[in-house]
Design a protein around this ligand. Structure first.
Ligand SMILES: Nc1ncnc2c1ncn2[C@@H]1O[C@H](COP(=O)(O)OP(=O)(O)OP(=O)(O)O)[C@@H](O)[C@H]1O
Length: 630
């Protein structure tokens, strides 16, 4: 067996990391659209240059036509300024056009990759991560990244280039005044570094808290019946309000930091412009500077205000995007289980994709290779179990013969569900091996394994899809005939009286159906592909006595043609089985027919009597449960 992969704790770093390094990891996604992004950046630079040329045109108007009293020159200059303005506006519009579609593609690709990866990650990962955290990473965080690609990424470059070009122009026009304007750069760089660190910590906290909020919201929506049933809505409201209050506090801290940064970014350059204006006016008065040059100088300085001021929020959004990238890659970096070599595929085995029209009675008994389902020395411990806790399963040996139905019984928490989860490899056994018809499942491609093994769990989850789609999930390519047969076996005839029959959409998690109805659909899903191996975890628990008897009768027919392990809590479910295995203390304590175990295992007899604490030998009183298939 492969070693169980320890999924990482959902990380909550403090944000002290390199934002640039985090953002650089996005390169593989940006690569395919780099041409568009570079073109958009070039277009934006041309647009900014058009904007910067306007003050130069003004200088020409003031020093030329205005000073020389030439009205036609003023009109010409005015027309030139108008043209430059129109050019700037249309180029900015073109930038949006160039980036919108490819960036939506990048966001969609990243989301699809995340979803694909989440589907491949082991159940142990999902046990540990809160669903809201995954939800917020695949929605809010990816939207933040798209905004970053569309806006700050381009404008950090373009505005940076504009500022450099603008200062070159200023220094050429009047280097003393230019140096006055450059004076705030040093304190601003120091302040930006100071705020960046604090802001990224706050951004990380806010994004994690919004994930926590999504988790509480999701749990409240899914558990609304319990909340209402126990009158817990006030408690839930308080818990939600407390979390929302914490998030509000963090957002306020972010706003406070951003406000302070912005105040410095706006006021320091304004002070410098004021100083340059006073100095410039004195120079014009002394005749050392032309009025036109001063107008051009100040217009250029004012044109640089937006690129300088925008740096504050561009840095803020970039930090949030870097945090979003970290959160995205925390999930993507979690290794998914290794995909086994597809060449080990069992070619002779019939696929569930093409189920036979009618089940063969005992198709697997005749084959010499078909040795059934075997567990040899299987052990399992949950990755997050305390180090000193004993393993849930240890040295489990069990052989289910081809075509045989084995019931698995044991006290609550004895590990029955855990054991059934090892067969379709929802969890990896930590020791020992499991074979299906002699082939080790650890060496089998998961896809193939899941074609061979079908499962129905105690909690019958249905998806937001039609009844038919939910059932046919169990058999890719299955059609109407398979659907009808599976519904018949599961005694799910009620679907035909639903408004649109098997096309009726069942709500989120099938909430519009009763527990028993959902369980019957989950059972139909398990049997629809006529699987070679069937794992049923207490499949009849939510059925009334009458329906249970009907389902049992139909299920007997299916079980006759498959090798099955059925977790049973009730004698009526045990009756479906050929033999029974008793799970106790993490091991198989006894195997035999129901009749044999009633007489040989006191623990089994007590379990079947529904009285686990009872003393005294198991004998005649339990004989009323006898009468299984053998
Ligand atoms: N995801 C998990 N992480 C850690 N421990 C777990 C996890 N799931 C189950 N356990 C523990 O493993 C043990 C076996 O649980 P399991 O659900 O397999 O028992 P069970 O026999 O199916 O119980 P029941 O009859 O009540 O359904 C229990 O002690 C349980 O607390």
């Amino acid at each position: 067996m492969t070693e169980t992969q320890e999924p990482p704790e959902p990380a909550r770093p403090d944000g002290s990391r390199s934002a640039v390094r985090s953002l650089l990891r996005l390169w593989p996604y940006v690569r395919p659209v780099r041409g568009r992004l570079v073109t958009a950046a070039a277009v934006t630079i041309v647009a900014s240059c058009a904007g910067l040329a306007i003050p130069l045109a003004l200088k020409w108007i003031v020093d030329g036509p205005v000073a020389g009293g030439d009205p036609s020159g003023v009109w010409l200059g005015g027309g030139l300024v108008l043209l430059l303005g129109l050019l700037e506006a249309s180029l900015f519009a073109a930038r949006r056009f160039l980036t919108a579609r490819p960036l939506a593609r990048v966001e969609a690709d990243m989301r699809a990759d995340l979803y694909r990866h989440l589907q491949r990650l082991p159940v142990a990962f999902h046990d540990r991560w809160a669903s809201g955290q995954l939800l917020s990473r695949s929605t809010t965080d990816l939207t933040l990244l798209r905004i970053f690609f569309a806006f700050p990424l381009t404008f950090l470059l373009v505005n940076g280039a504009t500022i450099v070009a603008g200062f070159v122009v200023l220094l050429i026009q009047q280097w003393v005044l230019g140096l006055v304007l450059l004076a705030p750069v040093v304190p601003l760089v120091i302040l930006c570094a100071y705020f960046e660190d604090r802001y990224s910590r706050a951004a990380r906290t806010a994004q994690d808290q919004s994930g926590d909020l999504a988790t509480v919201l999701e749990e409240s929506v899914l558990g609304i019946r319990i909340i209402k049933g126990f009158g817990r809505h006030r408690g839930q409201e308080k818990a939600f309000a407390a979390l929302a209050g914490r998030l509000r506090g963090t957002e306020l801290r972010k706003a406070h930091l951003l406000g302070l940064l912005w105040a410095f970014i706006m006021s320091l350059p304004e002070l410098a412009i004021g100083a340059a204006l006073v100095l410039g006016v004195l120079q014009v008065a002394d005749g050392e500077l032309s009025a036109g040059t001063l107008v051009a100088f100040l217009s250029t300085a004012l044109a640089l205000r937006w690129p300088v001021e925008s740096m504050g929020f561009l840095i803020a959004i970039s930090n949030e995007a870097a945090t979003a990238a970290d959160r995205y890659f925390e999930v993507m970096d979690t290794p998914a289980p290794r995909q086994e070599d597809a060449s080990s595929r069992d070619e002779d085995a019939p696929s569930r994709k093409t189920p036979p029209k009618t089940p063969a009675k005992t198709p697997h008994k005749a084959s010499r290779e078909r040795t059934g389902l075997r567990l040899e020395g299987v052990g399992f411990r949950y990755p997050d179990a305390p180090a000193d806790a004993p393993p849930v399963l240890e040295g489990v040996d069990l052989h289910i013969r081809p075509g045989e139905t084995m019931a698995l019984v044991g006290t609550t928490g004895s590990g029955k569900t855990t054991l059934t989860a090892l067969i379709p490899r929802l969890h990896e056994a930590t020791s020992g091996r499991i074979t299906l018809d002699g082939r080790d499942i650890a060496a089998m491609p998961r896809e193939r394994l899941r074609e061979l093994v079908s499962v129905a769990f105690e909690d019958p989850t249905l998806f937001s899809a039609s009844v038919g789609e939910n059932v046919l999930m169990g058999a890719d390519g299955g059609g109407e005939a398979e659907l009808r047969r599976a519904l018949e076996v599961a005694q799910a005839g009620f679907v035909h009286s639903l408004p649109e029959g098997t096309r009726t959409q069942v709500g989120e998690q099938g909430l519009s159906l009763s527990g028993g109805q959902r369980q019957r659909l989950a059972l139909a899903r398990a049997v629809v592909g006529d699987p070679r191996f069937l794992i049923l975890d207490d499949p009849l628990s939510a059925l009334d006595v009458h329906t249970e008897a009907l389902v049992e009768a139909a299920l007997r027919e299916v079980l006759a043609g498959t090798t099955a392990l059925v977790v049973a809590h009730r004698p009526s479910t045990v009756m479906l089985a050929d033999r029974v295995a008793l799970l106790s203390g993490g091991r198989i304590a006894a195997v035999g027919t129901h009749h044999e175990l009633l007489h040989t295992s006191r623990e089994y007899a007590l379990l079947m009597a529904g009285d686990e604490d009872r003393d005294g030998p198991a004998d005649a009183p339990y004989a009323r449960h006898e009468g299984g298939r053998r």
